[in-house]
Design a protein around this ligand. Structure first.
Ligand code: HGY
Ligand code: MN
Ligand code: MN
Length: 402
């Protein structure tokens, strides 16, 4: 295990180094196609090359390190380098860096390893998640290139400035015939492993997600002169819908619903909001439940808008729930058991690139305990011992997968 502890210490040190690549002063924010993401990618490129890998960046900005001959079957190990706003330093980066460590530790596998640092899993900049892995599997929607971020910068422009190739994204698509499978190590981002005092978890499934952008449009007006009975206030309509959303989620077993963003226009204290734009993140392990809830919430938004003489626009995209590969998952469970760790199996409420890559290759995921289950928060943390256990289990898994 000594080797693993040394490599684990390096992984944690590198997570700290990557945390310095941020768009924000004093906190970690590293969004798709940002200069911070590019700089982080250049540090990762160096570590991949030091591990003996050949490195390339594809048209959407995924960084791909390969060890093993070009004509060999390939096992992918991946996660993402982008983050949410004011993020923790392990969500995504940990999986990329453990992949590099294991590729360095196992130089003579009978197949090639590719470590993929995906360019956008969170969707924090353009509201569309998994841009990197969707391009990787060939389901990128070219219309997304016209989306604009909060500063009005189109994705096409940002990607061009980043050094990507907006007109060559179709070329990112990987041929499933070349791939043995996909494997991702990720912090649990939940309390289960800690509650059972266990370092590692074998992931059984990934919950499905619906992400929507909803815009209520009313009439902006003077806060002092428009009678309450005459108002078409976009914010109060949104507020009524948000409470209805929370109520539905509280009453539906296993459903979680989050409104994470709300922007008002014109957003001035003495003006009745004319427009309210908000995001919905809706998740459930079973797709029919999530889809039904999404339809009910859309009808609810339309009814609230109609009752208040407002207009409402609903834009959404979904990622189905994913069952992971039984074969690879059993091999992973065997690898975890071989390290002497208890084998705990659990579903993932969080989304991961594995949910997308599993559409072209059998996928498996390993969770690592994180303190208090805290994530999407700078307090996110892991221990060097648990990271060493993850490296130990991963090297055994890679040997079993041969
Ligand atoms: O939101 C998620 O589930 C993931 O962290 N992107
Ligand atoms: Mn995340
Ligand atoms: Mn993540």
């Amino acid at each position: 295990m000594t080797d693993s502890l040394d490599y684990a210490a390096t992984v944690l040190r590198r997570c700290d180094e990557l945390a310095a690549f941020s768009e924000d002063e004093g906190r970690l924010t590293r969004r798709f196609a940002s200069p911070a993401l590019r700089a982080a990618g250049e540090a990762v490129r160096e570590w991949m090359e030091a591990a003996g890998m050949t490195v390339r960046r594809d048209a959407i900005g995924n960084l791909i390190g390969r060890s093993g001959d070009a004509n060999r079957r390939t096992l992918l190990i991946g996660s993402h380098l982008d983050t949410v706003r004011d993020a923790g330093r392990f969500d995504g980066a940990l999986g990329v860096l453990i992949g590099i460590a294991c590729a360095e530790l196992l130089r003579d596998l009978p197949y090639a390893i590719e470590v993929v640092a995906f360019a956008d899993e969170e969707g924090a900049r353009y509201g569309t998640s998994y841009l990197g892995s969707r391009a990787f599997v060939g389901c990128f929607d070219e219309e997304w290139l016209e989306r604009r971020d909060a500063d009005g910068v189109a994705m096409r422009t940002a990607l061009g400035r980043f050094g990507g190739s907006p007109d060559a994204i179709a070329g990112c698509r990987r041929d499933p015939a070349d791939l043995m499978g996909y494997y991702e190590v990720h912090i649990e981002q939940g309390p289960t492993l800690e509650s059972q005092d266990v370092a590692l978890g074998v992931v059984t499934a990934i919950a499905g997600q619906t992400r929507a952008t909803i815009t209520f449009s009313g009439v902006a007006g003077h806060a002092g002169t428009v009678a309450m009975s005459l108002r078409r206030d976009a914010l109060t309509a949104a507020a009524e819908w948000i409470i209805a959303t929370e109520t539905l989620a509280r009453e539906t077993d296993g459903l979680v619903a989050t409104v994470g963003q709300l922007t008002l226009d014109p957003g001035v204290g003495n003006v009745i909001p004319g427009r309210a734009t908000l995001t919905l993140d809706l998740r459930h392990a079973e797709d029919p439940v999530r889809i039904r809830a999404g339809e009910e919430l859309r009808r609810c938004a339309e009814a609230i808008a109609a009752s208040r003489e407002l207009a409402v626009e609903w834009r959404s995209h979904a990622t189905p729930a994913v069952g992971l590969s039984p074969k690879l998952t059993e091999q992973l469970a065997e690898a975890v058991a071989a390290t002497g760790q208890p084998v705990v199996r659990l579903p993932s409420g969080a989304g991961h690139d594995a949910a997308i890559v599993s559409t072209i290759a059998p996928a498996a995921m390993l969770f690592v305990r994180c303190a208090g289950g805290v994530s999407h928060n700078p307090a996110e943390s892991v221990t060097v011992q648990d990271v060493a256990a993850a490296i130990d289990a991963t090297t055994r898994f890679l040997e079993l997968a041969a």
